[in-house]
Design a protein around this ligand. Structure first.
Ligand code: HEC
Ligand code: HEC
Length: 426
């Protein structure tokens, strides 16, 4: 579904160069790579958002199988594949516009938009408060633990910028003496008096805002791919890559959703209009979430995507049933960035796809090839020439994908084009 982003604000102030981060961005960078901010002391944001893999996960175990990365507490898994943390900064808060008499939802962070941007005013800052406290991610029992640990850092521990450099009062609140021990205990019950809680909340938001600033900086989102150089007239693409781009725009309909317009603030093309769609992606039977104690539905669990987010909203709840199975259109920048020659990637919200060839073949033939007999991995489906049933049968988009009538050479050209979207790092 194509939605032209409003270009009212054409304000093109791009972040400073990687080597030249603001204090806010520099603090965010240190926090992003700091494993001491997880309960095990071993998991930083970068564990699941590896710069070498375009800020998506590089974990072979996750990419080859269930897509989901294990959290800081051994054996704890969430339910989705981590998307890239790069270029997400441009997402507007979750909102709707009316289109043909029905609301079209766009914006928000996470695959399902539940980081709405309504808490801090920034989608990424709302998002950044999630992983620290998520029991299946960094698993810290309370925001006070994160604040206390960041406050304890300084140049001697690799923090060139301290939290108090951004706000002199950020570490001034009195914290309970038992906090250190409690913070090492998963699920510990930590209660603070109202005033301390409010101060902790303010400092936690400041940490989240520093992460958001880092993610928006050119250190994470540099717009420095071969495609960008070519657009700027500074380099060339091969004939096959250019043919792939032409197909992407026209015959293959990719740009209907992975749009080529400037971003909401005039950013270079982001390859997403931040809308939601159900592509009919198969369930990933290897998703470790099916066997997690926290998943009451067991093997019957399905990923409802945007519907579950809307259901929790007083105004949007009545529209939830029309959004079952819809996931956010992701950026395609760095879809082929890999941590090395054997680096693995997986695609879509559940990581069922392991190859870009498989993804493009699916868009081309989803409605042409026969249904597989039950669940199958991508490799099995490609070998047998079938596609498993969609994870969510409702709302599957049949208008813009499923039978594109692309030749094998055209599929290959689109894949070649996608590979030009990898940022070249200094
Ligand atoms: C254990 C793995 C893990 C860790 C650690 C982790 N994330 Fe994530 N991240 C995920 C998953 C999974 C999602 C998608 C969740 C969903 O959609 O329900 C995600 C989503 C995101 C997104 C949303 C991107 C978008 O397009 O909306 C951003 C940004 C992000 N993470 C940043 C961070 C930051 C900052 C940290 C550290 C504070 C962090 N992540 C730590 C797994 C992780
Ligand atoms: C109808 C809108 C729509 C169209 C058309 C579309 N996409 Fe997508 N694309 C999406 C959505 C939504 C997702 C995420 C789905 C999910 O997670 O289940 C996605 C995901 C992807 C991914 C996986 C990215 C990742 O990081 O996991 C790739 C690659 C991709 N699309 C490439 C393409 C190409 C190439 C085309 C054209 C052949 C195309 N898309 C056409 C909406 C669309």
């Amino acid at each position: 579904m194509k939605y032209l982003l409003g270009l009212a604000v054409v304000m093109t102030t791009f972040p400073a160069l990687a080597a030249d981060l603001t204090k806010m961005e520099a603090l965010g960078k240190t926090v992003f790579f700091d494993p001491s901010l997880s309960i095990s002391g071993t998991q930083s944001c970068a564990f699941c958002h590896d710069p070498a893999a375009g800020f998506a996960p590089s974990s072979p175990a996750a990419n080859e199988g269930g897509g989901v990365v294990e959290g800081a507490v051994a054996g704890m898994f969430g339910n989705r594949k981590p998307p890239t943390a790069a270029y997400a900064f441009a997402a507007p808060p979750l909102h709707h516009v009316m289109e043909e008499g029905a609301p079209l939802f766009l914006g928000g962070g996470f695959h399902d938009g539940r980081a709405t941007g309504n808490v801090t005013g920034s989608v990424l800052a709302d998002q950044a408060m999630g992983p620290f406290l998520n029991p299946a991610e960094m698993a810290m029992p309370h925001a006070a633990c994160v604040v206390a640990r960041v406050c304890a850092q300084g140049p001697e521990t690799g923090y060139d910028v301290r939290l108090t450099d951004l706000d002199p009062q950020a570490c001034a609140m009195p914290l309970p003496e038992t906090l250190g021990a409690d913070c090492a205990t998963p699920g510990a019950d930590i209660t603070l008096d109202e005033e301390t809680a409010a101060a902790v909340d303010g400092s936690f938001r400041l940490i989240a805002r520093s992460l958001a600033a880092f993610e928006a900086s050119s250190a994470v989102s540099p717009f420095a791919s071969r495609f960008d150089n070519w657009q700027a007239g500074k380099g060339d693409l091969t004939q096959q890559e250019r043919a792939g781009f032409a197909l992407f725009k026209e015959k293959a309909l990719c740009a209907e959703c992975h749009v080529l317009d400037p971003g909401p603030n005039g950013e270079p093309v982001l390859f997403t209009d931040f809308t939601y769609d159900n592509l009919g992606v198969p369930r990933n039977p290897q998703n470790p979430w099916y066997a997690q104690a926290a998943n009451a539905a067991g093997n019957e669990w399905i990923d409802r995507g945007l519907a579950a987010t809307l259901e929790g909203d007083a105004i949007y709840a009545p529209f939830a049933s029309f959004q079952e199975g819809k996931q956010k259109v992701p950026t395609l920048r760095n879809v082929d960035a890999r941590s090395g020659p054997d680096g693995r990637r997986s695609y879509m919200h559940n990581g069922w796809f392991k190859t870009l060839e498989g993804v493009v073949h699916f868009y081309n033939t989803r409605d042409v090839l026969p249904a597989c007999d039950g669940d199958a991995t991508e490799a099995e489906a490609l070998a047998k020439g079938c596609w498993p049933a969609p994870e969510v049968a409702a709302n599957v988009n049949h208008d813009e994908l499923g039978n594109l009538k692309l030749t094998t050479a055209e599929e290959a050209a689109i894949v070649a084009f996608l590979r030009t979207l990898t940022d070249e790092r200094p």
